[in-house]
Design a protein around this ligand. Structure first.
Ligand code: TYM
Length: 325
């Protein structure tokens, strides 16, 4: 088992989609038994930036916890918790804020996107990467499996660790992002990055009918049935590729490459294989939902375990900064 410490998080901002699943969650599930220490958490303080409705946020945090368990995160192996149960995250953020400059944060994607769209930028949004650095650094995490869009945030966490260490002495480990090339950017139904802003996402826990409808809705082209096609030219194949076994891939490629199969039939084949793939997780989720208190208990216990580690680290930080008399 690897000694390194693996940590990652997913925001509670709405339904979980297959971009999150293949970009991040699946890796967590696949890696959870390979590392001695694994931390997976719900950054609910980050979610307040966009969700300022009490009931909605509360429901989303709960849903995210259920979904993490449904996809296969094992709470016996993984410390599964929510950020707000460990107030040290915000305390560390303040200290890091004092070491971080405005120009550093002005390079942040989320800030630049909002500015470009002339949206009002909250201090929380501006400071997002610093809170994320605290999330990672408090646990001495070395490996952070994420999608490509988070690479910059991990880089900023490294910068902040270095700045702190240079100022106060060796305290924090510089984390590494772990980005799986093939799924660094999952493609949506329109061929663009799968993303909430493009409204092209497929929800992980959609019903089978909704999933089939999504697949049926993918735009193709006007080539005749008999024409030979290159599967790589179609977002349908980009999406299907995530779910296929080697044999299914061969079969699917042949449908494109040999011609003779209509797009409608290819789509039905893909919809079925996706539904088959996702069915066990969807069923598990239904099961979990029957006992909400059990979910809440798992998260609370994870919070306690995480707090122990974070409190110890914060004690060291307070000492180094000069706050302890
Ligand atoms: P979030 O909640 O937006 O997304 C969770 C994970 O899903 C990945 N992802 C994708 N991967 C591939 N292709 C896509 N189209 C795609 N869309 C999303 C994201 O890269 C991410 O890994 N800032 C983080 C949450 C966070 C965090 C942390 C992560 C807060 N603190 C500390 C790691 C460590 C975020 O917004 O992810």
């Amino acid at each position: 088992m690897k000694k390194e410490i693996l940590l990652s998080g997913i925001k509670a901002t709405g339904d979980m989609h297959i971009d999150n699943y293949f970009g991040a969650l699946k890796q967590w599930v696949d890696l959870q038994y390979e590392y001695e220490q694994v931390f997976i958490f719900i950054p609910d303080y980050h979610s307040i930036i966009s969700i300022q409705d009490r009931d909605k946020l509360n429901q989303l945090i709960f849903d995210t916890a259920v979904n993490l368990l449904a996809v296969g995160i094992d709470p016996k192996k993984v410390t599964l918790y929510k950020q707000s149960d460990v107030p040290c995250h915000t305390e560390a953020t303040w200290i890091f804020n004092c070491l971080t400059t405005m120009p550093q944060l002005m390079r942040g994607h989320a800030f630049k996107d909002s500015e470009a769209k002339s949206k009002e930028v909250s201090v929380g949004l501006f400071d997002y990467p610093v809170l994320q650095a605290a999330d990672i650094l408090l646990y001495d995490a070395t490996i952070v499996p994420v999608g490509e869009d988070q690479a910059q945030h991990i880089e900023m966490a490294r910068d902040i660790a270095r700045k702190f260490n240079n100022t106060y002495g060796e305290t924090f480990v510089e984390p590494q992002a772990l980005i799986k090339k093939e799924v660094g950017t999952v493609i949506g139904s329109d061929g663009r990055k799968m993303s909430k802003s493009y409204k092209n996402q497929l929800a992980l826990f959609a019903t089978e009918d909704e999933t089939t409808k999504y697949i049926k809705g993918i735009a193709m082209d006007s080539k005749s049935i008999d024409e030979k096609k290159n599967p790589q030219d179609y977002p349908l194949y980009d999406i299907a590729k995530l779910f296929v076994t080697a044999d299914q891939d061969k079969e699917l490629r042949a449908m494109f490459e040999n011609g003779g199969v209509g797009y409608g039939d290819i789509k039905m084949y893909v919809a079925e294989l996706i539904n088959n793939y996702l069915r066990p997780m969807r069923t598990k989720r239904e099961e979990l939902l029957k006992n909400p208190n059990k979910i809440k208990k798992i998260i609370a216990q994870g919070g306690k375990r995480a707090s122990k580690i974070a409190i110890k680290k914060m004690d060291e930080v307070r000492e180094k900064v000069g706050l302890i008399l």
